[in-house]
Design a protein around this ligand. Structure first.
Ligand code: GDP
Length: 370
C-alpha cells in the first residue's frame, strides 16, 4: 500500500492528528517533547463522495473506500542527519514512505511547550527541511564518488551513468542552495535515473498547518503563521492544508450531524483531516477505479498507466492471471444512466481487453478464468 510519513518538530500536534486519523489508534498524545519514539502505522480511508452515489445506484450492502497508510514518524529533531540521538533511524523511516505530511505548529497555547520557545513556521520548517537536505547532500556526494570511480564502462551502461551523474549534479546544486531535490525541474528520464537513491527531498510534501479552532474559518485566513507557511510552501514546491488536530479529535466524539454543525459553526467547509487525506492521495499521483454491485461498491487505488489486468491484480492476483476482459463504464455514464444496466442499455459499457489503460473513475466488472 501507499505510505505517508507524518513528520514535524516535537509538540506540534503530530500524535493528536495521527490519533484522530486512525480510529482506535494507539499513539499516545502527551505534552512532552521527545515523547514518541517508535513509529505508529495506521490505515486511513480516503474520502470520496462518488462511492456513496455508486453504492446507492447498485443497492450495495457495503461501501468500501480505498486507503492510505500513515506512519507517525516522531522524533525528527535538529542534528538528525548527523546521526545525533535516534535521528538516523527516523531518516530511515522517512526513506520508506511515498509522501510526507509535515505538521507545522500555527497555534498559540501557553500550556503547550514549544521546543524553540515560540511559534515560528519559517524556522520550524527550516529545521526539518535542512535535516532532510543535509541527509540528501551526503547521499548524493557518496553516489557521485562511486560513479566517478567506475568511469571505465562503455555503451548503454556508460550512457546511463552519465545521465545519472548529470542529474545528480543538478540535484546537488539545488540542495546546496537549500532547496529540495523535487524543485530541481528534472525530466521524467532524469527522475528515473536517480529513483533508486530514494532521496528524501524528492518525495512530495504537504504542510499541515495545525491551528486552533478559532482560526479554521476561510482556510486559516486570519492566522499570520498560515499565511507565512503558504508563502514558504510555494517556494518549496509543497502543498498546504489547514487543520486543527484538536478539533479533529473532538469531531471523532460527535455523530455525523453534530460534526457537520460543529464545523459549520467554526466556518469550515469540511473536516481538515478529510482535506488532508485527499490532498495526500492527489499528490501521490494515483488513480481510483471502482467495482460496484449488490454485494459491495468499492474504490481501488492504481498507479497511472496501469492496464486492466494489472488493475484487476490489485483486487487479487488470480484476477490478473486469469484475466479475460473487463466490462468498463465511466463514472459519469454509470451515474447518468442509473447504474450498470442502464449504461449497458445505452451501449456505454465497453468490453476492454488486456491492453486497456484504466482511467480515473472507471467502473469495472472483470471476467476471468479460475
Ligand atoms: P507531537 O509531539 O507533535 O506528537 O504533539 P502532540 O500531538 O503530542 O501534541 C502536543 C500537545 O499539543 C498536546 O498537549 C496536544 O493536546 C496539544 N495540541 C495539539 N494540537 C493542538 C491544537 O490544534 N491546539 C492546541 N491548543 N493544542 C494542541
Amino acid at each position: 500500500g501507499l505510505r505517508t510519513g507524518i513528520v514535524g518538530l516535537p509538540n506540534v500536534g503530530k500524535s493528536t492528528l495521527f490519533n484522530a486519523m486512525v480510529e482506535g489508534g494507539k499513539a499516545e498524545a502527551a505534552n512532552f517533547p521527545f515523547c514518541t519514539i517508535e513509529p505508529n502505522v495506521g490505515v486511513v480511508s480516503v474520502p470520496d463522495a462518488r462511492l456513496q452515489t455508486l453504492g446507492t445506484l447498485s443497492k450495495s450492502a457495503n461501501v468500501v473506500p480505498t486507503t492510505v497508510e500513515f506512519v507517525d514518524i516522531a522524533g525528527l529533531v535538529k542534528g538528525a542527519s548527523k546521526g545525533e540521538g535516534l535521528g538516523n533511524k527516523f531518516l530511515g523511516h522517512i526513506r520508506e514512505v511515498d509522501a510526507i505530511v509535515h505538521v507545522v505548529r500555527c497555534f498559540s497555547d501557553e500550556n503547550v511547550v514549544h521546543v524553540d520557545g515560540k511559534v515560528d513556521p519559517a524556522s520550524d520548517t527550516e529545521v526539518i527541511s535542512f535535516e532532510l537536505i543535509f541527509s540528501d547532500i551526503a547521499q548524493v556526494e557518496r553516489r557521485l564518488e562511486r560513479l566517478q570511480k567506475s568511469k571505465n564502462k562503455s555503451g548503454v551502461e556508460a550512457a546511463q551513468a552519465a545521465l545519472e551523474e548529470s542529474t545528480l549534479l543538478k540535484v546537488q546544486k539545488a540542495l546546496e542552495n537549500g532547496d529540495p531535490a523535487r524543485s530541481a525541474d528534472l525530466s521524467a528520464d532524469e527522475q528515473d535515473a536517480i529513483k533508486h537513491l530514494c532521496l528524501l527531498t524528492m518525495k512530495p510534501v504537504i504542510f499541515a498547518a495545525n491551528v486552533n479552532e478559532s482560526d479554521l474559518a476561510n482556510e486559516g485566513a486570519n492566522n499570520v503563521h498560515v499565511q507565512e507557511l503558504k508563502r514558504l510552501a510555494a517556494k518549496e514546491d509543497a502543498g498546504v492544508v489547514v487543520v486543527s488536530a484538536q478539533v479533529e479529535a473532538e469531531l471523532n466524539e460527535l455523530g455525523r450531524e453534530e460534526a457537520v454543525e460543529f464545523l459549520t459553526s467554526l466556518g469550515a467547509k469540511e473536516s481538515g483531516l478529510d482535506s488532508l487525506v485527499r490532498a495526500v492521495y492527489n499528490i501521490l499521483g494515483v488513480r481510483t477505479y471502482f467495482t460496484s454491485g449488490e454485494k459491495e461498491t468499492r474504490a481501488w487505488t492504481i498507479t497511472s498507466g496501469m492496464t486492466a489486468p494489472q488493475a484487476a491484480g490489485v483486487i487479487h492476483t488470480d484476477f490478473e492471471k486469469g484475466f479475460i476482459r473487463a466490462e468498463t463504464v465511466s463514472y459519469d455514464s454509470f451515474t447518468t444512466h442509473g447504474g450498470f444496466n442502464g449504461a449497458r442499455e445505452k451501449g456505454d459499457v465497453r468490453l476492454e481487453g488486456k491492453e486497456y489503460i484504466v482511467q480515473e473513475g472507471d467502473v469495472m466488472l472483470f471476467r476471468f478464468n479460475v
